[in-house]
Design a protein around this ligand. Structure first.
Ligand SMILES: Cc1cc2nc3c(=O)[nH]c(=O)nc-3n(C[C@H](O)[C@H](O)[C@H](O)COP(=O)(O)O)c2cc1C
Length: 182
């Protein structure tokens, strides 16, 4: 049956936490669901105008942390309050330090963060493309030096019910399980 008009459920929608500094070095964070890997070392996000966009227009940089079960409440908060009115980082009780690679904050409460330079930004279409120049990961989410999603417990946004869901267990082997039908 047809349903929902153009309010499609294109899953998964991420919980991408975009970290930026303003011109005075005040850190900010926002929650964005619409984003994806668009090339090796490249992330694309779709953004309306926010304090965040004003910030990276000036600094040319941003970070992307991944919302997790443990950071769910602060992640949602970063999407329901604007840095134009309050210092969300302070209000959320978060700790930040400047990335060694780009002029953007790393929020220490998040275990995995990408450090990005603005590759292109079109304020009309809202397409932000970032070059990922480095990444930071806590030891606690690594297995054999690789990001272990079972340990990270990333969350996704479910637009049907406006809830966050946790990414679950591995159910198969990519590039392998399909070979039996080849
Ligand atoms: C679950 C969720 C997903 C969101 N996804 C996006 C998104 O993909 N793009 C966008 O422009 N805003 C999105 N927002 C809205 C921004 O996070 C929100 O407007 C925020 O206040 C902007 O913060 P800032 O003004 O401090 O930059 C989302 C909010 C929530 C709660």
């Amino acid at each position: 049956m047809e349903f929902a008009g153009n309010k499609s459920v294109i899953t998964p929608e991420g919980v991408f936490i975009i970290g930026t500094y303003d011109e005075n070095g005040i850190p900010n964070a926002m929650n964005a669901a619409w984003g994806m890997q668009s090339d090796m070392g490249e992330i694309t996000l779709m953004l309306a105008r926010h304090k965040t966009t004003e910030n990276f227009e000036k600094t040319g940089a941003f970070t992307v942390a991944f919302g997790t079960v443990d950071t769910m409440v602060i992640s949602d908060y970063f999407g329901v309050e604007t840095g134009r009115k309050v210092n969300k980082i302070e209000k959320a009780g978060c700790h930040v330090h400047r990335s060694a690679h780009v002029n953007a904050p790393i929020i220490e409460e998040y275990p995995l963060t990408l450090e990005c330079k603005v590759k292109s930004w079109d304020a009309e279409t809202g397409y932000l493309i970032g070059e990922i120049v480095a990444s930071q990961a806590d030891e606690s989410i690594l297995t054999d030096g690789k990001v272990d999603l079972g340990k990270l417990k990333p969350i996704i946004f479910d637009p049907s019910f406006n809830v966050y869901r946790v990414v679950g267990e591995a159910v198969g082997n990519a590039f392998r399980d399909g070979l039996q039908l080849k």
